[in-house]
Design a protein around this ligand. Structure first.
Ligand SMILES: Nc1ncnc2c1ncn2[C@@H]1O[C@H](COP(=O)(O)OP(=O)(O)OP(=O)(O)O)[C@@H](O)[C@H]1O
Length: 666
């Protein structure tokens, strides 16, 4: 089923989504709350179909371990993960109205508007120049014909306006470079941009200096209010804190992945663009745990030929947004994508997005630049979808390294590691701290246990630093998790070179995380699949793939004659038994109108019951995009709908096999 490429009409789509109650602002009758949305029946069905397809594509396909953890998350967990200190955006205030803006978005909007005005101005300048040339030539021709001198050309007012919005080439390049890296600016950088480029609010007012704002909603647990907590900003932490149990459930086998689908909350400074930036949204996240010394993946070879649209960091640094169309395997071999596992997941994400209806030509993977990366990530690619709002990040694919597991382990003193039995024992030499037990206990008293644990947890570099400090000044310092510093000397500890024979290798796995924002993907794919019938612009169609469509089959009786009732009942029963959502439209409208109404809902198939059906038990099956139909016995049609929805056949295959007729012929 291929829909014709349309000119996208956002207003028409938004009208359908509101009118057919796909989605609506929450608490609308109270005036609504910015950044909160409710899904109506077709929107909820779409959401559920997305989750179902996601589960089958990722969780079932790879035996991922799905967990459902709580939304309420204690302060300590998010302090340890770095969210309390760093999960922030920068905001500015309009100095006149007091309105709040997210600083990077304001800069982005203003510069983009200036660049757009520049493009328009340059186009008009070219048009004016062409017109002036044509006028001059016409005047010269007229003058030659009359034998008089040509009158001088008049300067138009329009020319002056064009000049005012035209940018100097240097300024234009500077704007383009800033926009390509807008996510990389911190508070000082944004303040400089605002100053240097005279960034103002849409009302034309100046703004304050940027202030950091943490995006987490805080709350407290229990009646005393003493236990501080947050609504989680991602599902990932709920998976990491359960790592040891998950590994045990997996019989200690590596690599493996956990997955979670659930709501997350971010107190966005300025929610905007419908579902694209909201304050409560559904996330589907995978945490794939992998050996840092071996990031190969068993699925790499079978996905190496998937062609991806890549925008690497290097290209962006050179100020370009040109996409490289590359086989995933080649991108990994050339070091553009860091490792096999990350490459594999990018390919899987690509295949999934196309399966749910994303237009592959409007999908790209953009690599983060080093200063743009989240505090936990060491390589990151965003799957971005092109929408009427520009390129939108919909899936973040990050290599979070060992960051989270290490932090949680350090904070809780619980081991979050993999123990791998070695075929051959590994013999190595290592600098090790040896504690003089007799003196150590009396010296540190109640803190002795914690100080010793802190010393034992040090890596070899830190141990060598203690050795050097003891040799140089006779003293060294060590910190315990409560932040206290403790002084060591050569009577309490010595640092010795010891030979170690290891039968087990212990390591903290690295984590590769594809993180899906469900609302953003749905909103983008609704744009990708929406078009208007070429013969009637008022007839909108959502060309959703059958697996995603809220209703799979519409049942349309020719009229509300009771003769059709038993067959309609039978059709519904049979489709329901196969788990296929149906809807009967027995309203008085014409059949064409009823088809059109359900095209708006994205219903891919319609079964029409007429007087012939009652006689010979045949019904027609109409496909939404081609509007072509076939007429076959009920049993054949039910089987075909089932196979079409489950992807076992396609409409193109069906029309090769059966006699086809058009809507007019039916
Ligand atoms: N406010 C939001 N509204 C809707 N979806 C969101 C929002 N914030 C994040 N997401 C979704 O969650 C996914 C993973 O979150 P991640 O933390 O990587 O986003 P982010 O980089 O903070 O997004 P952005 O830079 O747009 O704020 C994103 O790719 C996106 O699809």
């Amino acid at each position: 089923m291929t829909a014709p490429a349309p000119a996208f009409n956002r207003e028409a789509l938004e009208n359908i989504l509101a009118r057919r109650f796909f989605v609506a602002p929450s608490f609308e009758i109270y005036g609504g709350t910015a950044g909160l949305y409710d899904f109506g029946p077709p929107g909820t069905a779409l959401l559920n179909n997305f989750i179902d397809t996601w589960r089958k594509h990722f969780v079932l396909e790879e035996d991922m371990l799905e967990v459902d953890s709580t939304i309420l998350t204690p302060y300590e967990v998010l302090k340890t993960s770095g969210h309390v200190d760093r999960f922030c955006d920068w905001m500015v205030k309009d100095t006149v109205t007091g309105d709040i803006y997210r600083a990077d978005h304001l800069v982005e909007n203003v510069l983009e508007a200036r660049l757009e005005a520049d493009v328009r101005a340059r186009m008009s300048a070219l048009e004016l120049e062409a017109k002036a040339k044509a006028d001059k030539a016409a005047a010269a021709a007229a003058a030659a014909a009359s034998g008089q001198a040509a009158a001088p050309a008049k300067k138009t007012k329009q020319k002056v306006e064009v000049a005012a919005t035209k940018l100097d080439a240097k300024v234009r390049t500077a704007y383009e470079e800033i926009l390509a890296q807008i996510d990389n600016y911190g508070g000082d950088g944004l303040a400089r941009l605002i100053r240097e480029h005279d960034i103002r609010t849409p009302e034309g007012n100046p703004v304050t200096a940027p202030v950091e704002f943490n995006l987490m909603f805080d709350t407290s647990v229990g009646p005393t209010g003493d236990v501080k907590a947050f609504l989680r900003p991602e599902t990932a932490q709920g998976q990491f804190v359960n790592f040891a149990k998950l590994l045990e459930y997996n019989n200690g086998r590596m690599p493996f992945a956990s997955a979670s689908i659930g709501r997350s909350f971010r107190n966005e400074i300025s929610p905007r663009n419908g579902l694209l930036r909201v304050r409560e949204f559904l996330m589907a996240e995978i945490e794939h745990y992998v050996d840092p010394e071996d990031k190969s993946h068993p699925g790499f070879a079978s996905h190496a030929d998937v062609v991806l649209n890549l925008l690497p960091a290097k290209t962006q640094l050179a100020g370009s947004t040109t996409i490289s169309h590359m086989k995933m395997g080649d991108a990994v071999k050339q070091g553009i994508i860091d490792n096999e596992t990350l490459g594999y997941f990018l390919a899987r994400v690509h295949l999934f997005l196309v399966k749910v209806g994303v237009n592959p030509t409007l999908l790209r993977f953009r690599q983060h630049m080093s200063n743009e990366m989240a505090h936990y990530a060491c390589d990151c690619w965003d799957a971005e979808l092109r929408t009427s709002y520009g390129w939108i990040e919909c899936v973040g694919c990050a290599d979070r390294s060992a960051y989270d597991l290490t932090r949680h382990s350090e904070r809780t003193n619980k081991k979050l590691v993999v123990r791998q039995a070695l075929a051959e024992p590994r013999i190595s030499e290592k600098w090790t701290i040896v504690v003089n037990k007799k003196k150590f206990g009396p010296a540190f008293k109640r803190a002795a246990k914690d100080v010793e644990a802190a010393l034992m947890a040090l890596d070899e570099l830190a141990v060598v630093a203690i050795k050097d400090a003891l040799a140089k000044s006779g003293a060294a310092m060590v910190a315990t998790p409560d932040g206290a510093q403790h002084k060591l000397d050569a009577t309490l500890v010595t640092v010795e070179r010891v030979t170690i024979k290891e039968h087990v290798r212990e390591y903290t796995p690295n984590v590769i995380e594809p993180s899906f924002g469900v609302g953003r993907i749905l909103s983008s794919l609704l744009e990708h699949t929406f078009y208007s019938r070429p013969e009637d612009a008022a007839r909108g169609v959502l060309s959703l793939p059958p697996c995603m469509a809220p209703i799979k089959a519409l049942i349309v009786p020719l009229s509300n004659n009771t003769a059709f009732s038993p067959l309609i009942h039978d059709l519904r029963q049979q489709l329901r038994r196969r788990g296929l959502a149906t809807r009967v439209d027995d309203s008085a409208s014409s059949i064409g109108k009823r088809y059109a109404r359900n095209d708006e809902l994205g219903t891919p198939f319609a079964l029409t019951v007429d007087f012939q059906s009652v006689k010979d038990n045949t019904v027609t099956l109409r496909e939404r995009d081609s509007t072509k139909q076939i007429r076959e016995p009920v049993a054949t049609i039910i089987n075909l709908v089932d196979q079409l929805v489950n992807g076992e056949t396609t409409w193109d295959q069906v029309i090769k096999k059966y006699k086809v007729f058009t809507e007019q012929e039916a």
